[in-house]
Design a binder for this molecule. Structure first.
Ligand code: FES
Length: 122
């Protein structure tokens, strides 16, 4: 069972929740189930309001999870996904630091999720 720790200036303290193995829902869905006030507007990968920074807390190198085409476009337009980071994610399976919570599927590893509480701001 993986843990997801949410950290934000708008939370009184960090909140750690358990992600059930086999639950392939998005991080946004997990946040909502646990009353984490993660900003979101479109829920479709287009607005960028659910921007998060993801840090893998495991002992092994984090594997990149495929970015959706919308996520690639939105993160690139917002300056959070450079060509180099995209190449490393797709070519070397290295996880990029920024993701969209509505597109990112909860991984089977412990992660730290940071967000500002302001839509689209990390
Ligand atoms: Fe709009 Fe995630 S809520 S990109």
């Amino acid at each position: 069972m993986a843990t997801v720790t949410f950290s934000s200036p708008i939370l009184a303290k960090d909140v750690t929740v358990y992600a059930v193995a086999g639950d392939m829902g998005t991080l946004l869905a997990l946040a909502r189930r646990n009353a984490i006030p993660l900003p979101c507007q479109c829920q479709d990968g287009e607005c960028g309001s659910c921007l998060i920074k993801v840090t893998d807390l495991g002992d092994t190198a984090p594997k990149a999870q495929a970015l959706t085409e919308r996520e690639k476009t939105t993160l690139s337009v917002n300056g959070k996904l450079s060509r180099d980071l995209l190449d490393r994610a797709e070519g070397a399976n290295m996880a990029p630091p920024y993701r969209l919570a509505c597109q990112f599927v909860v991984p089977d590893s412990d992660i730290l999720v940071e967000f500002s509480g302001e839509p689209g701001v990390e």
